[in-house]
Design a protein around this ligand. Structure first.
Ligand SMILES: Nc1ncnc2c1ncn2[C@@H]1O[C@H](COP(=O)(O)OP(=O)(O)OP(=O)(O)O)[C@@H](O)[C@H]1O
Length: 442
């Protein structure tokens, strides 16, 4: 066979085909292996959709008959009339935790409106709860099928493995990496970029999901090698997991200690001002372990801004305003959390500088309007008793209009575990307070 060129060519084709098949099988296995349980269900569903497509498309009027004879039919024997061919749009599928996205070629007479008419049939045949059909560009149809509603699903943070323990390592991220906050109702990921964003305000009634949303931010930030965390929380809830590793922490109820921390931040801003001269710039855009981005998170800020000690309260507010209005260009990011976002909690001067807004369920439309002044024109509101825990109205980054956001689920226990990891790598900054005995608590 070695001397036979045809044999050699055949052997090469078989070997290459075999290798291609092996590569494809490897790719499918890797995709399957890396997927979580929900994505695996979607992957199975996507396979069924592809297999049944040739039969389904003509039934739903998404195929066309082409009577043009092929070259063979044209020049071959002409005894029988040529049978029209059935053209079915080519289908590509992409599975994710919510369902399957189908991309198909539009055919003549089978454009967007034909797909929209077939929407209900597709929904039933593909076993979806909802389907959204769009045409992102001429000739391409996208049908997004939802097995699960993104706003109803509880989706664990990608920082956690299937058993709920962290699958991340300290220093894994940098401030320019996107932080996945959650998904909107169409399953579009909502991300935040600490380096390119500014300050933020998070509001919502108690148990509406503020801490879980901010856990994600704190967890990613603590794993960024060019970010330092400063956490202030009079209720201890948000600060406790980060007590050992954050750069500065406070659980004081009186405003004086937090004011001291904010004063240090403001002095740091003054120190950084010199860099503007040497760098011939008016803002810091690049961060490093030596010049880190400072993320300041203050939970239940109303505790300080409405504290009965008027003088202490005013000192706190003065520092807060200085950081809110000037801090961003010096590499400071301020995140304020409050149950009630009213004017007596945060002055308009502070509030207008908090450009990212996340509003979990609030009591009144006025509370919602404090975050979204044009809220009456929106068709969504957070003053809604049916709004589930973990869902908010959010406007972050360069979003044009606010969206409903389902935050990823990162429970506080997981934050403790991430901090255990950091401590194991020698990143402990301080011991837990004297009165805390973790062994006893366990
Ligand atoms: N994204 C989410 N996915 C699933 N469940 C969530 C989510 N967010 C919140 N929850 C549920 O809601 C509960 C309350 O959330 P969280 O502690 O974040 O509320 P909170 O607004 O911070 O309350 P408080 O102001 O009292 O601290 C959580 O224990 C969890 O069970």
């Amino acid at each position: 066979m070695t001397g036979n060129p045809l044999g050699l060519a055949l052997l090469a084709v078989v070997v290459l085909g075999g290798l291609g098949l092996l590569g494809w099988a490897g790719y499918c296995f890797a995709r399957w292996y890396r997927a979580d349980a929900e994505t695996r269900v979607s992957l199975r569903q996507a396979r069924r959709m592809r297999w049944g497509w040739k039969r389904l498309a003509p039934m739903l009027g998404l195929a066309v008959k082409d009577a043009t004879p092929t070259v063979l039919q044209q020049y071959g024997p002409q005894e029988q009339p040529t049978k029209p061919r059935v053209l079915v749009p080519r289908l590509r599928t992409r599975a994710d935790v919510f369902g399957v996205t189908v991309t198909a070629d539009a055919l003549p007479q089978v454009g967007l409106s034909a797909w929209q008419d077939a929407g209900e049939g597709l929904c039933d045949a593909w076993g979806m709860r909802r389907i959204r059909i769009s045409q992102p560009k001429p000739g391409v149809i996208v049908a997004r099928g939802f097995r699960r509603e993104p706003l109803e699903a509880v989706i664990r943070s990608p920082l956690l493995g299937p058993d709920g323990s962290p699958v991340c390592r300290p220093g894994q991220f940098v401030s320019t990496d996107d932080v996945l906050l959650g998904w909107d109702e169409d399953g579009t990921p909502i991300v935040l970029n600490l380096a390119y964003s500014a300050h933020a305000l998070v509001a919502g009634l108690t148990r509406s999901g503020k801490s879980i949303t901010v856990n994600t931010l704190l967890a990613y930030a603590s794993l960024m090698r060019d970010v330092r965390l400063i956490v202030i929380d009079p209720n201890l809830g948000a600060v406790a997991p980060w007590w050992r590793t954050a750069y500065k922490v406070s659980d004081a109820i009186h405003p004086d200690e937090p004011t001291e921390i904010l004063r240090w931040v403001r002095e740091e801003m003054q120190r950084r001002e010199r860099l503007f001269w040497s760098g011939r710039t008016d803002r810091i855009t690049e961060f490093s372990p030596e010049l880190p981005l400072l993320l300041v998170v203050i939970d239940e800020v109303a505790n300080y801004t409405r504290h009965p000690d008027r003088k202490a309260r005013e000192r706190f507010e003065a520092e807060l305003l200085a950081i809110a209005s000037q801090g961003a260009k010096f590499g400071i990011r301020l995140w304020l959390l409050t149950q009630k976002p009213s004017a007596d909690v945060l002055t308009t001067a502070v509030r207008t500088n908090l450009s990212a807004r996340i509003c979990h369920r609030v009591d009144t439309i006025e509370d919602f309007l404090h975050l979204f002044p044009d809220g009456r024109e929106l068709d969504i509101t957070a003053a809604d008793r049916t709004m589930p825990q973990g869902v908010s109205i959010a406007s972050v980054g360069d979003m044009h209009t606010p969206v409903r956001l389902r935050s990823v689920y990162l429970p506080t226990e997981a934050c403790w575990q991430i901090n255990d990891l950091m401590c194991a790598e020698g990143l402990k900054v301080r011991e837990l307070p004297d009165h805390v005995d973790l062994d006893k608590a366990a």
